[in-house]
Design a protein around this ligand. Structure first.
Ligand code: HEM
Length: 412
């Protein structure tokens, strides 16, 4: 997604806003749209023109409330705009599409390998991956940072789940096809026929084969771990296993690398095309600011369980409410200079990983990947310049970059 810095008083006419339009995120100015909504219409009805629509909240306080108040807003009726038109087949089966109290039971078990204590074990893997990714750029060749780093979370996920290396690229492609079905690089049927559903089925078919293999030859990877856990006194059914493998893969794979991309783009913009690492870069506050800046997940959705009010606006039972996390992270009532990239910002009250019971399960892993990647990049690369204009992912869910071609000057 293009990350812009709209002037404080800039607005767009409300009737021109279409939050579903993927062009808004590639060539348009989503930050200007969200700034307008925060100022003029914090609970906005997005009419899709077919008699259907959804609510959009854009202020941090409202986004937090919608994501965390599970008694009012359910995750079982679809969690993204793409799921507006049909019941969510994963409701009650996949952790993310399940409300408490059952959600808590999934989370207690599924969450163990992702705890703050467990993830440092992957540091060396990440460091090695980043070092190897930089190698081809050392001879002065143009380096597509986005293409290199997009493989990092997928490679880590494959290692954790015990998936063969040759499956990394096909799975990566399917993960993006399912979250950015309109992007011409990932859509297999052209923009007119999105591929989200078929990509989901292909990923689940893949995991069905993995699970069959594990039944014949048990292993000690994450896939076998998921097969062994008990939730509410019984093992997961095959359907639950497949949905949760899908959710882990999608959650892990399509987000983290875009924080690196967005940070590099911002640093090159600062100096007219050439970028340098600031001294603060590998520190934790810098990583948190990079996360806020990039906000790779634009929104998540909930359904009102009963009639309720948000800032004086009635929301009827069953209506969909989208919570725009990327907007919340620029809320001028929370963040001083919200469009300033300030690596020393503390406190940093971003909600990039969501809020409430569904707060990102992979946040420790994401932070580890980012801290280690930035540390390796800062240690090796002195400066970098854009070789081409970045190309942005056509998605209203993921603020992503598909191509970021650089020339890097290495130290020493
Ligand atoms: C910068 C990277 C990441 C961002 C911005 C991010 C963002 C989010 C957000 C906002 C949610 C809340 C969903 C909701 O409220 O419905 C979430 C949930 C989740 N994320 Fe992440 N995520 C990231 C990385 C990861 C990674 C590396 C994993 C790998 C395990 C992961 C797995 C999950 C899962 C499984 C959930 C569902 C948790 C639940 O329902 O309890 N995410 N993520």
């Amino acid at each position: 997604m293009r990350i812009t810095r709209p002037a404080a008083d800039a607005r767009v006419p409300l009737e021109q806003i279409d939050l579903t339009d993927t062009d808004l995120y590639t060539d348009g100015d989503a930050h200007l749209v969200w700034q307008t909504l925060r100022a003029e219409c914090p609970v906005f009805w997005q009419n899709r023109g077919d008699g259907h629509g959804f609510w959009a909240v854009t202020r941090r306080a409202d986004v937090r409330r919608v994501l965390s108040d599970h008694e009012t807003f359910s995750s079982e009726g679809g969690t993204a705009i793409a799921m507006l038109d049909a019941p969510d087949p994963a409701a009650g089966l996949m952790m993310q599409s399940t409300d408490p109290p059952r959600h808590r039971k999934y989370r207690e078990q599924v969450g163990k390998p992702f705890s703050a204590r467990a993830v440092p074990a992957y540091t060396e893997f990440v460091q090695r991956f980043v070092k190897e990714s930089m190698e081809p750029a050392r001879d002065g060749e143009v380096w597509d940072v986005a293409s290199s780093f997009v493989r990092l979370p997928m490679a880590l996920c494959a290692m954790m789940m015990g998936l063969p290396e040759e499956d990394i690229d096909p799975l990566l492609r399917l993960a993006y096809a399912s979250l950015a079905p309109h992007d011409p690089r990932y859509s297999t049927h052209g923009a007119a026929k999105p591929t989200a559903g078929s990509a989901h089925y292909e990923i689940m078919g893949y995991f069905a084969r993995c699970i069959g293999d594990r039944r014949r030859n048990p292993t000690d990877d994450l896939t076998s771990y998921l097969m062994s856990i008990e939730v509410a006194g019984r093992r997961l059914t095959d359907e639950e296993l497949l949905y949760n493998c899908l959710s882990l893969l999608l959650g892990a794979v399509v987000t983290t690398s875009h924080v690196i991309n967005a940070t590099i783009i911002a640093l090159t913009e600062k100096h007219g095309g050439e970028g340098f690492w600031p001294d603060a870069m590998p520190t934790q506050p810098a990583v948190e600011e990079a996360l806020r800046w990039a906000s790779p997940v634009t929104h998540f959705m909930r359904r009102a369980r009963h009639d309720t009010m948000i800032v004086g606006q009635k929301i009827a039972a069953g209506e969909a409410v989208t919570a725009w996390i990327a907007s919340a992270n620029r809320d001028e009532t929370t963040f001083e200079r919200p469009y300033g990239l300030d690596f020393a910002r503390t406190p940093n009250r971003h909600i990039v990983f969501g809020a409430g019971p569904h707060t990102c399960l992979g946040r420790h892993l994401a932070r580890l990947m980012l801290r280690s990647s930035f540390a390796e990049l800062c240690a090796a690369v002195e400066s970098f310049e854009l070789a081409d204009e970045p190309v942005h992912l056509a998605s209203n869910e993921i603020a992503g970059v598909v191509s970021l071609r650089l020339r890097a000057k290495f130290r020493g």
